[in-house]
Design a protein around this ligand. Sequence first.
Ligand code: LCS
Length: 396
Amino acid sequence: MKDCYKFNTRVMHDCKEKDAFNALVPPIYTSASYRFNSAEEGGSSFRGETNCFIYTRLGNPTTKILEKRIASLEEGEEAIAFASGMGAISSVFYTLLSNGDHVVADKTIYGCTFALLNHGLTRLGIEVTFIDFKEESTLKNALKNNTKVVFFETPANPTLKIIDIEKVVKTVKQYNTNIQIVCDNTFATPYHQQPLTLGVDIVVHSGTKYLNGHGDAICGFVIGRKEFIDQCKKVGLKDLTGAVLGPMEAYLVIRGLKTLALRMERHSQNALKIAQFLASHPKVEFVYYPGLPSFLDHDTAKKQMKNGFGGILSFVLKGGMDQGIKLINSVKLINVAVSLGECESLIEHPASMTHSTYTECERLASGIEDGLIRLSVGIEDASDLIADLSQALEKI
Ligand code: LCS
């Protein structure tokens, strides 16, 4: 199907399955387990010789539609849905890594992913090196004989740093083609960027964000080649994390996905307008948004992102953290909350909230300043959002 239809069509039409009543909207199959017609059929299902559903942790008809659709949107062979983005990321790491292995990760990533790598994996005897992937020679020098996984986000949470995906692929694969390159595509979504088409091996998502888009479900995804997805299902999900997505949430994400392209278009347009407004405001020190020509990584973003630059921006006010906190406390329409990628705009302070898992020293070395404020721009009317920021800026 993905060869015939464009992205905007595939978000709602791809991988439809006929149910008994020919329902237009996929039914929610809540059953934890599925009946076998015989003991023999049960046995052959467990040996993987049938396409029967067995038990919802191993597969579910509602979730399967979602998985196929996500794989199609990311141009991947297959996908698995997880109970959260962290469930997806930890299942990938547990599938690929054992004691004695080495991971190279970019140092600017979501706070809990940083904690998983820095504290979780290292406790299991896995060595982790954090570097800046924008420095090609630093990446090259960090790779070792026991390096199994390379991990990064682009745009990165919360600084919007852009990593040149093709350059990373070239550097890593030149060193060792077996190293698995994992890219967290949460901020861009496949609407703006499809890392698998640029040579990345595995894409992960917090589907809690744009893919669902309505802030009413926690979920995650892993997309990649069939061979890896099979392994991740059997080892990462089944044996190690058990972080399976429930069918109710799967249904919500199927519904949310229908408007992914429309929402991303508006998120991006609004974010650009707000970035331009903030960049020209006398009380603003700096705006981090890949769509601004003044942003250091604008050219790389232009090269690998399409249809715009996403809905997240960060900024620092003159006067730093104190002024930033005052601004957060002065907005009236924008919600003070973590998470991102929802229809409603959300504002937060990474240093004390989403990235408080970093020590101050680690955080500053990763470019996450004390005064950085992150804004997830929603799909409200841009002029109302600008008016809200404007009145808040007047108060500081
Ligand atoms: N990857 C990225 C880039 C994220 O931003 C998050 C969550 C995750 C993975 C984890 O996904 P989850 O398990 O929450 O579905 N980021 C959050 C944030 O910036 N604020 O609240 C959550």
